[in-house]
Design a protein around this ligand. Sequence first.
Ligand code: VGL
Ligand code: ZN
Length: 202
Amino acid sequence: MSGETEALIVIDVQNDFCPGGALAVAGGDEIIPRINALMQEFPVTILTQDWHPEEHSSFAAMHEGKSPFETIDMPYGPQTLWPAHCVWGSEGAAFHPRLAIDPADLIIRKGFRPEVDSYSAFFENDHATPTGLAGYLRERGITDLTFVGLALDFCVAWSAIDAAKLGFNVRVLEGACRAIDLNGSLAAARDAMRAAGVALDA
Ligand code: VGL
Ligand code: ZN
C-alpha cells in the first residue's frame, strides 16, 4: 500500500467479541495476527470501539420479556437485541490485549447513545446520525478503505456498505473477519455488500 489515500479500518476487535466474551464471535481472536501485520502495510489505521452505556437499548435485559437475539421494533427500525456487551470502561469493552493499538491514528467509538445502536462506523442505526468518520477521512484525502474485524455480518458489513454509499472505494478482507451468522445474517450481509459495490476479498 502506498500513498496516504488508503486506510485500514479495524472494526471492534474487543474482548467481548472474542472467545470468553459476552458476545463472543467464534474464532474472533484468530484474525488478530493478520490484522497486526496489515497495519504495517497501510499508511493509516483507524480502530473502532463498540462503546455502550450500562443501560443501552440494544441490551435484551432492558426490554421486559425479551431474550438476546430476538428482534424488536425501535423508532428507527428493527433492532436485534444482544446480551449486554462492551459496556464502556469494562474489560469487555477493551481492545483484545494482542491487538496492536499503538499504530492507530484514530480510535472512533460508537453506540454511546442509550436510545440508538450503532453498528456502522459512519452512522448510527437510524442511518442519519453521523459519527464524524466520513468528515475525518475526507479532510485527510483518504479515498480507499479496507475493512477487517468483527463481526463481518454486522458492524463490518454495515460500515463497508455505508462507506461505499458515501463514495469511498471499499473492500473487505473476509479472511481477517469473523461472523456472528444469526438467522442467515452472513449470507444477507455478503449479498448487501456486493450490491453496494463492496469488493469481497480473501
Ligand atoms: C456488533 C452486535 C452488537 C459488532 C456490535 O461489532 O458486529 N454486533 N454490537
Ligand atoms: Zn454493540
